[in-house]
Design a protein around this ligand. Structure first.
Ligand code: G6P
Length: 480
């Protein structure tokens, strides 16, 4: 790289680093990806001459692309593309990130596969992200690294650029000691994360687990909100529960065409008395299967309200967004979910009146908000979830304080949305009872609970989350 190019590339004062860039390819054209995180990150990048370092979703780009990051621009922020080969994708993304880390960090719901060769690739890809970040950052700049794909990047980056202020945020749960101890590369992971000045988690329990493991495995001094690293730095640790772009959801929920679409959805469903809704990635952590089993039991218990030849008074709309289909456990999960959809419909549907409406594709926010408005009861029942933003989106969309949220105790959102019906998703009877409770809840109580939850969500949105993290990070950098 010539000095001129190097100077341009290095001009960024804030660099966001994540596995994915905030763009995706639609029929040969790059579009900005949806989601509150993207809008919050682009917001802070715009205000500070920033860059986003990540993978553009395409595999096996040319030799040149593999050697050098390519730069594009979106909404005033530069995009630095880190290339991946198919082989790297299979080891780094499918093998380690989604075959070892994801299941282990989600309570080992599925067995992790630990493959030493895949780990070598994970390390190499992390090194590539660190190098691309180092080249993009201005002297003394701030780098904010995201999620479990990039656990080693903080330390690698510090090694190349000790002048940077480095933050790391984990979007998924950080597991308890007994589970983390299974990880063959456990010390390396902790050391990787400790390269940051500030390490953020969704919940305080994640921060506590991390601190305890640093003490136990690295023998370093640590208390509840800081770890003294082996290279003699103070690394701050804390909980920063992520949120959503409340304004964006509220604006959509107020739009007359979106309201009309919600009415149309209910009509198309056959004007049922009650619409349950689930919106999830098609992932075994999300508990879609458990939910379907409980929904089937609920219908069995309410034989008077299952489909008649003329109607289906209680229906469930389940949106399942596919992904990670190269990982066997995801293929299995899809099979299980689809068998259950068939089984519940087989038992309870009438011709023209299914009880489960299953949509396996991604929906835009413009399509989701009408569903949030059309539903009476939202089911968010993951076996384990870092936060779960769908729960918060549903609440933000319910401008008139109606609607009930059934929420798993094992989702990060349960710490804040305490007015949901909190439920243990592993207990099928409890989920069925929660559904029953939601069906019969007094309207005043529904309103009271939703209004409390709306206060929580509207006073803490994703922009505030990003500002708080960056503000704490900068203070931490000043200390050092
Ligand atoms: C979770 C992770 C994100 C990830 C998203 C979608 O929310 O925390 O880092 O981007 O899932 O998964 P995918 O594998 O499609 O990127």
């Amino acid at each position: 790289m010539s000095d001129d190019v190097d100077a341009t590339v290095r001009a960024h004062h804030l660099v966001i680093v994540a596995n994915r860039l905030p763009i995706h390819d639609v029929d040969g054209e790059w579009r900005r990806s949806p989601g509150g995180l993207v809008s919050a990150m682009l917001g802070v990048l715009r205000s500070r001459t920033g860059a986003w370092v990540g993978w553009n979703g395409k595999l096996d780009q040319t030799e040149d692309d593999l050697a050098l990051p390519t730069i594009q621009e979106i909404d005033g922020a530069d995009l630095v593309s880190v290339p991946l080969s198919s082989d790297e994708f299979s080891h780094y993304y499918e093998g380690v990130a989604n075959g070892a880390l994801w299941p282990l960090f989600h309570d080992a719901i599925r067995e992790s596969t630990f493959d030493a060769d895949s780990w070598v690739t994970y390390r190499e890809v992390n090194r590539r992200f660190a190098t691309a970040t180092a080249r993009s950052a201005a002297p003394g700049a701030t780098a904010w690294i995201h999620d479990y794909h990039l656990l080693l990047v903080p330390a690698m980056l510090r090694e190349i650029r000790p002048d940077l202020v480095i933050g790391f945020f984990l979007h998924i749960p950080f597991p308890p000691q007994e589970l983390f101890m299974r990880m063959p590369w456990r010390e390396e992971i902790l050391r990787g994360m400790l390269g940051a000045d500030l390490v953020g988690f969704q919940r305080s329990v994640g921060a506590e687990n991390f601190v305890a493991l640093c003490r136990r495995l690295l023998g370093v001094e640590a208390d509840h909100d800081q770890v003294h690293s082996e290279d003699d730095r103070r690394v701050r640790v804390g909980a920063f529960p992520i949120s959503i772009d409340v304004h964006e959801i509220e604006q959509l929920a107020r739009r007359p065409d979106i309201g009309a679409r919600a009415v149309e959805i209910r009509e198309r469903l056959g004007n049922p008395t009650t619409v349950f809704l689930g919106v999830d990635r098609l992932d075994y952590t999300k508990g879609i299967d458990l939910r379907l089993i409980s929904f089937g039991s609920l219908l069995r218990a309410h034989t008077d309200t299952t489909s008649t030849p003329q109607s289906a008074p209680i229906v469930l709309v389940q949106v399942a967004v596919p992904g990670r289909q190269g990982v066997e456990s995801y293929v299995e999960e899809r099979r299980t979910v689809e068998q259950l959809v068939g089984s519940v419909n087989g038992e309870h549907a009438a011709i023209g009146y299914p009880v489960v409406h299953y949509i396996r594709r991604g929906l835009t926010l413009e399509e989701l908000v009408p569903l949030y408005l059309a539903a009476d009861i939202m089911l968010v029942t993951p076996r384990r979830d870092g936060m779960n933003l769908v729960a918060k989106e549903f609440v933000a969309a319910r401008l008139h304080d109606r609607g009930v949220l059934i929420l798993s105790e094992f989702a990060g959102a349960a710490d804040e949305l305490t007015d949901a019906i909190l439920v243990n998703p592993h207990d099928p009877d409890a989920v069925e009872m929660a559904m029953d409770m939601a069906l019969t809840m007094d309207p005043d109580e529904v309103e009271h609970r939703m209004s409390n939850m709306r206060k929580v969500v509207t006073t803490h949105d994703v922009h505030e989350w990003a500002r708080t993290f960056l503000c704490d990070l900068t203070e931490t950098g000043d200390d050092g």
